[in-house]
Design a protein around this ligand. Sequence first.
Ligand SMILES: [Zn+2]
Ligand SMILES: [Zn+2]
Length: 251
Amino acid sequence: MEITDYNAFAGDCIDELKALQDQFKETFDIAQANWFYNQATGLLTFSTDDTELNFKYFQVGSFSSKSETWMWSWHNENTLENVKEPTSQIRDFGESFNFAKLTEGHFASDEFEAWEFTAISVKLIKGIGVYRPVNDEGLMIFLVITEFVDNETAKNIKNKYIECGDHEYRRVAFVCQHLNFDTKVGFEESFETIEGMELSDEDDFQAWCDECETIRVAEDGWSRNAMKFAKYRVVCEGCYFKMKTLNLGSD
Ligand SMILES: [Zn+2]
Ligand SMILES: [Zn+2]
């Protein structure tokens, strides 16, 4: 399609979305399912008693019927980077065509426009469908589904996250049994880490204390003895960096 006029472009995108969404509903039966989405994993899950369907998604933005305003995800501080990152492409696109509605972060709008923004996002980022849950505060959340994820892969992704009483839902990290929140015991790592950094699939946050390090060196690596002494346990990423700060922080 040739892009000159915003309204014509948005209208075309809406038409395309309708066809796409029909196709999505034919392929995946989600009508009776419970839904759950998680910003940390970037997974949208539909489940019934005996089936589960997982998808990768990103969050286009949200529409508040109370204040009658739209907010793009890239403008929303409460939305995690990994589910809003694609929306910066929409803004860039808006800038190159001078479409103000795609470049302003938060403005008066209506639900129909929210669907237009979502349809444009589907078109530009090649979504396979959309989903629009309403959150506890009555906010409409517009999600673009980008990819089906098989259950095995979804399980592997979810296994990398843990629910923590202090830090909500965060990535898992591993610490030796001696690391704690009160006493400095040293902090050794397999690689230099920063909170929130990207990790490859093979890498995990892993830290151990000075005593463990002494034994690891004496045993020439993570021998069975060294592992037994360390007795690794799982904590969340937030707890991991709390321990790191305690041991290595300047204060
Ligand atoms: Zn230790
Ligand atoms: Zn924690």
